[in-house]
Ligand binder design. Structure first.
Ligand code: FE2
Length: 449
């Protein structure tokens, strides 16, 4: 039996509280955008650090342009600030690789533009009514825009990681493990649970609606695969042995000449890692980061396991067998606190297994939220009952076999863009994102008896 979702605390907020809540998220996102763009000089802002990424100055003005479209023009019904630049900052009109060739706003102009838009948006927010259409109910459009900016802040952080040059970002180290993991693997019982959500006010269309979903009994790793574990696969010759790879994965690993996780180099008998401009020895107990889906899949095969499906991941994260309910997050229904998960660019790396025991799921699976995005075995597909909202380009145009789902957010993800139901997707060859994985396997008969 699955229990119904309970109402989200935001549904009880009055208009003034919603205004404060939305403003806090918008301001936090902007603080981060400013930190990431002020950290480098103007040459670096307009430079393309990789054909996979936009120049940072494009991301900045694009964030402002989306904010203008949704909140100044659509919700606020105000005159456009810069209708002439809409086309330049439409992500669907220009591939990332071509964006440096566009007549983009320069650094000073882009900064001035996003400030002007934000001033108007805070004005719109001051008098907005939240009981009208779906776009404004629970301040959804403001939440969507804050999420969008935070998603670009994570993309900009990935650009910082690709950037060549002296380090410019600083952050304290993540916490050390509090206690060793009680078990390396956790058994998840067979049965239905509630997947997705119909009650999270700021959930995006692809997370909806809540629906019953069934899994057989399975076993999932209590923590993510670490660099130490992954490098044993590398050193055992895993990248030279076709038998661990899918046909598409093997083709890719040969064509791309992959020999190990991105940003790692071999130095004699040790591995070094380049991280935001610093070169350091690899930490064995840190979750492996910057591997693509195919590498995750191959490691899992070598380890005698497989990747979890998206459904398995969410069940391990949210299902509470004591109540039959799905929680908002592994630890419960409270928003993420610093004790629960490594989120929000507070630390610039994933934390070792055992660093966030307070964030464990009811079944004892740890660090599902934060640290690294986790590749799943699943294609990005709509849930039963999916409805486009507020526009087809958010999710619908990406549904299909080209993209694999990633779950849980990374150290670079803000909490506003990381619910227990949040779904990310990317091509199976992508490695510049902050992605790792954990393994799963079918439960043996003796384990479920
Ligand atoms: Fe965008």
């Amino acid at each position: 039996m699955t229990a119904p979702e309970t109402d989200h605390p935001m549904t009880g907020l009055g208009a003034e509280q919603l205004r404060t809540h939305a403003a806090e998220h918008l301001l936090r996102a902007r603080d981060r955008s400013v930190t990431l763009t002020d950290a480098v000089d103007d040459d670096d802002l307009v430079r393309q650090h990789s054909p996979l990424m936009s120049p940072l100055v494009w991301d900045l003005a694009h964030v402002g342009n989306q904010e203008e479209l949704w909140l100044v023009r659509d919700v606020g019904r105000r005159e456009p600030v810069r209708a002439d630049i809409d086309e330049l900052y439409d992500a669907f009109k220009h591939a990332r690789s071509t964006r440096p060739t566009l007549p983009l706003l320069g650094p000073a102009e882009a900064r001035g533009y996003v400030r002007e838009v934000r001033d108007k948006v805070l004005d719109v927010l001051d008098t907005a009514s939240f009981d009208g259409n779906r776009l404004t109910r629970h301040a959804f459009a403001f939440g969507m825009v804050a999420q969008h900016e935070q998603q670009h802040d994570e993309t900009m952080l990935a650009t910082h990681q690709l950037r060549v040059g002296a380090p410019v970002l600083q952050a304290p180290e993540p916490p050390a493990p509090r206690a060793p993991l009680a078990a390396r693997e956790v058994l998840v019982p067979a049965g239905e649970f509630t997947m997705g959500t119909s009650t999270e006010p700021w959930a995006l269309d692809n997370e909806r609606p809540a629906h019953p979903s069934y899994t057989d009994a399975f076993v999932i790793d209590a923590g993510c695969v670490t660099y130490g574990e992954y490098l044993r696969f590398v050193e055992a010759g895993g990248y030279d042995q076709a038998r661990w790879w899918s046909a598409a994965g093997w083709r890719h690993v040969r064509e791309a000449g992959l020999t190990g996780p991105k940003y790692l180099t071999r130095d004699g008998d040790r591995w070094l890692r380049t991280r935001f401009g610093s070169v350091e020895p690899v930490r064995e107990d840190e979750p492996v980061t910057h591997v693509c889906f195919y590498e995750a899949e191959a490691y899992a095969a070598w380890a005698g396991k497989r990747l979890p499906t998206e459904t398995e991941w969410e069940k391990a994260a949210r299902f509470d067998p004591a109540t039959g309910r799905s929680r908002r997050y592994p630890w419960g229904d409270d928003d993420p606190g610093t004790e629960h998960a490594n989120l929000g660019q507070r630390h610039l790396r994933a934390a070792p297994a055992g660093a966030y025991p307070a964030g464990a799921s009811p079944l004892g699976v740890q660090q599902l939220i934060g640290d690294v995005w986790e590749w799943t075995a699943s294609d990005f597909l709509p849930y039963p009952g999916f409805q486009v909202f507020p526009y087809a380009e958010y999710s619908q145009v990406f549904f299909g076999p080209d993209y694999k789902v990633l779950r849980g957010g990374s150290f670079g993800t803000d909490q506003v863009a990381c619910r227990g139901t949040f779904r990310n997707w990317d091509y199976p060859i992508r490695r510049q994102i902050f992605a790792g994985f954990r393994c799963a396997r079918d439960a043996r008969p003796d384990e479920v008896a």
